[in-house]
Design a binder for this molecule. Structure first.
Ligand code: UD1
Ligand code: CA
Length: 467
């Protein structure tokens, strides 16, 4: 295959999105629309891509981040139609052949683009090919017109259709083209804005080229065509993309139950189980055999092998080691490092905290800015008092320490290895290794006093009822 450049049309505002964000930057499955179109082009074998924009810096940044210097942008100002955009883009192309596609059609597959390019290899059809789809309701799309011999002769936009026969054509233009750069450059220089919208139509090059040579229509899947112009189409495109992503993981040996939302960047190893209502976002990795149960939301995090995430566990920007168990209702805020075999239970919140190998905090705790040693046990209701209203401080707990229920550890504070903090203690000074810290007021038992107390309370209640 000879060298090839992609021109991706992404200028204009996308006013129907009603958004401050440029249309092609709206995300589906965690990536902007434009990413998918450009990626499909690279997967189809293009060397470089030229993206035509309205000069938004955010688009430049996205492309540089995702594709580096293989992509450059060029500004079309003002946006005067797809033909004008293509002309601006094709000017920058140095290869002999070019692939033109739109930034708002994220579902096109690389394989379809490859077929479009391969169509140029057929003898006599080297000039231009376009992708077409056959639709039951073609309304709104450019129709592919063919001559008596069945050869593509033109594409006519919806607003410019002239006869009932043209309206009845169900073969539509998907808006993707492959051709000889020189041929397209010449044709694009000739088109005029003589149409209902007063715009330069890229589709007018079809008739120009078809006059002197064969233009091949390559049938694509109807998904490929789905252009995103408003939020309803954005939702539709996302649904289709999410289904593809689920299928990809299922083929790779992941049990995907129902319809979890899995972003494009997420990696999942074999034998993992992802339940129906799970949301996996951003740069997330799920290890081998890990179970992510209903309602979990995991973002930008790495979860090891054989981990059990019980229902409604929320994990953000954190790491979880092999064999750990979290949830139900555990909340890991950013920079939590949960080491192998650790257990965190219901309503346990961590932030910027390491939980050492095999350590446990099974119920109701706030563990912020801490370091919990191996095998330590943190009892129900423990609070790391990490914030004094001005600064954050660290709590360090040594290996094998035991923190009794309902203790407050007022940071900065260090509990030594193997130390024991009695339930209900407010720890304000460091506890040495193997020491017992006990900080409660002495208990008094008044023998036989309970019935008297109850009688007094019952009388108060009865009096209140009468009144
Ligand atoms: C276009 C085709 C139509 C085809 C349909 C398939 C034309 C005239 N019509 O119509 O035949 O059926 O796609 O989806 O080409 N853009 C620019 N600069 C501009 C105008 C548009 O870069 O001045 C970009 C947009 O960002 C968009 C793409 O070109 O990504 C397509 O433009 P759009 O206005 O959506 O074309 P359609 O009306 O959908
Ligand atoms: Ca469109």
């Amino acid at each position: 295959m000879s060298r090839l450049t992609a021109v991706v049309l992404a200028a204009g505002l996308g006013t129907r999105m009603k958004s401050a964000l440029p249309k092609v930057l709206h995300p589906i499955a965690g990536r902007p629309l434009l990413h998918y179109a450009v990626r499909a082009a690279f997967d189809a074998g293009v060397e470089r891509a030229v993206v035509v924009t309205s000069g938004q810096q955010q688009i430049d940044e996205l492309l540089a981040r995702d594709f580096g210097d293989r992509v450059r942008t060029v500004v079309q100002d003002p946006p005067r139609g797809t033909g004008d955009a293509a002309r601006v883009g094709v000017e920058q192309v140095e290869t002999e052949r070019v692939l033109i596609l739109c930034g708002d059609t994220p579902l096109v597959r690389a394989e379809e683009l490859s077929r479009l390019v391969s169509a140029l290899e057929q003898p006599g059809a080297e000039q231009l090919s376009l992708m077409t789809c056959t639709l039951d309701s073609p309304h709104g799309y450019g129709r592919v017109l063919r001559d008596a011999a069945g050869r593509v002769s033109a594409v006519r936009e919806q607003r410019d259709l002239t006869s009932p026969a043209e309206h009845a054509v169900r073969e539509v233009n998907a808006g993707m083209y492959a051709g000889k750069t020189e041929v397209l450059r010449r044709a694009l220089a000739q088109i005029q804005p003589n149409n209902a919208q007063g715009e330069y139509y890229l589709t007018d090059v079809i008739a120009l080229v078809a006059r002197s040579s064969q233009v091949t229509g390559v049938l694509g899947h109807s998904d490929a065509l789905l252009g995103v112009n408003d939020r309803a189409q954005l939702a539709e495109a996302e649904e289709l993309m999410l289904r593809r992503i689920r299928d990809r993981h299922a083929k790779n040996g992941v049990t995907v139950r129902g319809a979890p939302r899995i972003d494009d960047r997420v990696e999942i190893a074999e034998d993992a189980v992802i339940e129906a209502t799970v949301v996996l976002r951003g740069q997330t990795r799920i290890g081998k055999g890990t179970v992510v149960d209903a309602g979990c939301v995991i973002e930008d995090s790495s979860i090891g092998d054989g981990v059990l995430l019980k229902p409604y566990t929320v994990v953000s920007s954190s790491n979880v080691g092999d064999g750990a168990q979290l949830g139900p209702f555990t909340h890991l805020r950013p920079k939590s490092e949960i080491e192998a075999e650790a257990h965190l239970g219901n309503f346990v919140e961590t932030k910027n905290t390491r939980v050492g190998r095999g350590a446990k905090a099974n119920h109701l705790a706030y563990l912020g800015d801490g370091d919990i040693g191996e095998r330590a046990n943190v009892g129900a209701g423990t609070i790391f008092c990490n914030y004094d209203g001005f600064n954050k401080h660290r709590t360090v707990i040594g290996a094998d320490a035991f923190i009794g229920s309902d203790s407050q550890l007022v940071a900065p504070i260090t509990i030594g290895r193997g130390a024991y903090v009695a339930s209900g203690t407010t720890v304000v000074s460091d506890v040495p290794e193997d020491a017992l810290a006990l900080g409660r007021i002495k208990q008094e038992n008044k023998l036989g006093y309970a019935p008297k107390l109850k009688a007094r309370f019952a009388a108060i209640k009865a009096a209140a009822k009468k009144a």
